[in-house]
Ligand binder design. Structure first.
Ligand code: NAD
Ligand code: UDP
Length: 325
């Protein structure tokens, strides 16, 4: 019944979030039927408003910590707050979303024999002492710190994915996503790209935590979504988790200077205390993604930032309150 029309029925959990909304758009453009599930914890209707009247799009308000019964061919499990401010707001709920959410979605995948994708994270590597990070690295994670609800929740979700695969033969895909940015990032989520852009556009001080020498590698959202699609289309059994991210690495100071230059802002750069357990460096080793998926990011940081700045300019002009004005 599911394939009677030759299209795939695809469930996207966390579909009203930053990455989820871009994924729903892409899947619709590829001709699929999309069921978007979200409890609007950090996502907004604004992100998917333009899809609501699409004949192949369906929105369900649902919390993935509760079981869900739908008939689908594929599941993308993205539901989980992703920014430190959001995931530390209610750490127990963050863990429940990662762990109970994974159990519920894997149970669904097992019942309907769907292929299931997990949005895992570079945080499984913690504050790494191997650089750049290959998939074979087991990580250096504090199990009881402020970031643990997210890091350990995602690590446990990976364990569940691989155990459901070994024990029940569930067809899994696990991507470890490195810092991604682009239009529809939440203006108040505290992540560095959205913070710096909103601060620059409003002429407020750009807040660098620590000395700004810590590094991150930033991937533009369109590149990442292409990586998701290729991971899901990969034939045969999953080789293991796969890193998706941009290997170009920048210090936070470099990022701040670039944002100031691109916005033409007069904002001063100020230094604030470094949050606990803040990783010093992060860069994906994408050798596996290159060979297994033929994938690598194409968008340069300055180009991606221009598109993101244009998005926030529009958002702040129509909805100044969206960024806490
Ligand atoms: P986001 O906060 O914009 O999106 C998460 C979505 O999940 C939101 O729409 C939220 O309302 C929804 N959600 C949260 N808890 C839920 C629950 N219990 N039930 C149903 N829906 C729930 O974040 P994002 O940046 O789009 O991240 C999406 C996924 O990708 C997350 O799993 C995140 O851990 C992962 N990820 C993102 C990045 C990144 O740089 N953006 C990096 C690594 C991993
Ligand atoms: N950061 C910063 N100023 C900000 C927000 C974040 O200097 O206003 C730093 C933060 O301490 C971290 C890096 O930017 O070192 C990336 O932070 P983000 O929250 O975006 O992602 P994550 O730490 O999860 O990689």
């Amino acid at each position: 019944m599911r394939n009677y029309n030759g299209r795939s029925q695809i469930l996207v959990t966390g579909g009203a979030g930053f990455l989820g909304s871009h994924l729903c758009e892409r899947l619709l453009a590829d001709g699929h039927d999309v069921i978007c599930v979200d409890n609007f914890y950090t996502g907004t209707r604004r992100n998917i408003e333009h899809l609501l009247d699409h004949p192949r799009f369906e929105l369900l308000r649902h919390d993935v910590t509760m079981p869900l019964v739908v008939e689908v061919d594929q599941i993308f499990n993205l539901a989980c707050p992703a920014s430190p401010v959001h995931y530390q707001h209610d750490p127990v709920q963050t863990l429940k979303t990662s762990v109970h959410g994974a159990i519920n979605m894997l149970g669904l995948a097992k019942r309907v024999k769907a292929r299931i994708f997990q949005a895992s994270t570079s945080e499984v590597y913690g504050d790494p002492d191997v650089h750049p990070q290959p998939e074979s690295y087991w990580g250096r994670v504090n199990p009881i710190g402020l970031r643990s609800c997210y890091d350990e929740g995602k690590r446990c979700a990976e364990t569940l994915f691989f155990d459901y695969h070994r024990q029940w033969g569930v067809d899994i895909r696990v991507a470890r996503i490195f810092n991604t940015y682009g239009p529809r990032m939440h203006p108040n989520d505290g992540r560095v790209v959205s913070n710096f852009i909103v601060q620059a556009l409003r002429g407020e001080p750009i807040t660098i935590y620590g000395q700004g020498q810590q590094t991150r590698s930033f991937c533009f959202v369109d590149d990442l979504i292409e990586g998701f699609i290729r991971t899901m289309r990969l034939d045969g059994p999953m080789p293991g988790p796969i890193n998706l991210g941009n290997p170009r690495e920048f210090t936070m100071l470099q990022l701040a200077e670039l944002v100031v230059a691109l916005t033409g802002s007069n904002s001063p750069i100020v230094f604030r205390p470094l949050p606990a357990d803040d990783p010093r460096q992060r860069q994906p080793d994408i050798t596996l993604a290159r060979s297994a998926l033929g994938w690598e990011p194409k968008v340069q940081l300055a180009d991606g930032l221009r598109q993101t700045i244009a998005y926030f300019e529009r958002l702040l002009s129509v909805e100044p309150a969206a960024a806490g004005a």
